[in-house]
Design a protein around this ligand. Structure first.
Ligand code: KG4
Ligand code: ZN
Length: 358
């Protein structure tokens, strides 16, 4: 199955053509950073206007790179949510139009489910369920038990800043340009992670929740203190990074101890972080755990991962091009749908397709 995928949940206008959920024939991501940099963060109105300007060209570019035409595509996959409403609406409206005009099935995917499947792009292996996934991005940070392509449960999450948000805000405090995550990561590699003892958040009881706002605030207080004014920026960056990685790894290890998993997954923009990757790999290797991390181009937002999720979730995310709406607060868990009900829906759709074609 060849899917054309569209992802516009935030500030990247991304498109892709993917075969059978893993063979990426083309993945196009037009970066909007230059338009947001001077504001120090993403401006939603600018993001949605850039999506309008760029999306059709990004779709044509993906098809051209894959050396295919619209007629070769078997379906359209699109991010339905969560994300910025103005941005999501542009992608969803375009996907509905393509699906309706081409009379091809439409799949409406949860952006975070895309991150779960990103590590399985460009490799022949299907996800070996059950998986334990640590999703860390600019908007979300959560631990997820993935029982199957459609059964996923959040085990713990942040109730304040996401890990990527903490990176971006702390980078700004240190004086690094937007987007701060990669710049802070690079700076931290030249610093001493033990130089400053920033606090590690501990959730109450046996909770697996995360929190980064206290850490960000202590970096701010430290930078305003006398010691902070003379501290090397490299050391501040490395010590902040060590606190983030410690917190994420301690929650991941605790979650892993509580159930049986075939593999662990690290995904989302912050999964590109060098220190997090090496701690994750070292822990998995020393415990004989199969570990999956996407290459950097699939850690951050991309449309190929949306095609992968659509491929694995199939019927459960099949949508009607005439009624689908974007949902900025799309719940993480898919509504449960009985297999029999799914089969009935599939046969009703096949019948209506036959009627349209006759
Ligand atoms: O998944 P993503 O592309 O977008 C969201 O869905 O949010 O994640 C973007 C986030 C940004 O906050 C960015 O600073 C962070 O991922 N990021 C990193 C690194 N590369 C990207 N954070 C830490 N280290 C990195 N190397
Ligand atoms: Zn994302």
């Amino acid at each position: 199955m060849l899917l054309l995928a569209i992802e516009t949940s935030c500030d990247d206008t991304a498109t892709a053509v993917v075969r059978d959920g893993c063979g990426v024939l083309a993945s196009v991501a037009t970066n909007q950073d230059a338009f947001h940099a001077k504001y120090g963060g993403i401006v939603p109105e600018i993001a949605s206007r850039r999506h309008v300007a760029l999306l059709s060209a990004a779709v044509e570019d993906a098809l051209e790179r894959a050396q295919l035409n619209f007629a070769d595509i078997d379906g359209i996959a699109v991010t339905r949510g969560p994300g910025l409403i103005g941005s999501l609406v542009v992608g969803v409206a375009a996907a509905k139009a393509y699906a309706f005009a081409l009379q091809k099935p439409l799949y409406a995917v949860n952006h975070l489910h895309g991150h779960v499947f990103a590590p399985f792009l460009d490799r022949p292996q299907a996800p070996p369920y059950p998986l334990l996934a640590l999703l860390v991005s600019g908007g979300h940070s959560q631990l997820v038990a993935v029982e199957s392509a459609t059964q996923m449960r959040i085990l713990g999450r942040t109730h304040d800043d996401a890990a990527g948000e903490a990176y971006d805000k702390t980078a700004r405090l240190i004086g690094l340009p937007y987007p701060g995550g990669p710049a802070l990561d690079a700076l931290a590699q030249r610093g001493d992670p033990r130089a400053i003892a920033f606090p590690r958040h501990r959730p109450p009881g046996d909770s697996l929740d995360l929190s980064f706002s206290g850490l960000k605030t202590s970096v701010r207080y430290f930078l305003e203190s006398e010691a902070g004014r003379s501290a090397a920026r490299e050391d501040v960056a490395a010590s902040f990074q060590a606190a983030v990685v410690d917190q994420l790894m301690s929650r991941l290890k605790a979650a892993y101890e509580r159930a049986s998993y075939n593999a662990v997954v690290l995904s989302g923009g912050v999964a590109a972080n060098s220190a997090l990757q090496s701690s994750f790999r070292a822990w998995a290797q020393s415990n004989g755990i199969a570990a999956f991390i996407p290459p950097p181009k699939y850690c951050t937002d991309n449309a190929a991962m949306i095609a992968a999720a659509a491929h694995y979730q199939g019927e459960a995310v099949h949508a009607d091009p005439l009624t689908l709406t974007a949902d900025p607060n799309l719940p993480f868990e898919l509504p449960t749908c009985h297999p029999e009900e799914r089969a009935q829906r599939a046969s009703r759709r096949a019948a209506s397709r036959r009627r349209r074609l006759s």
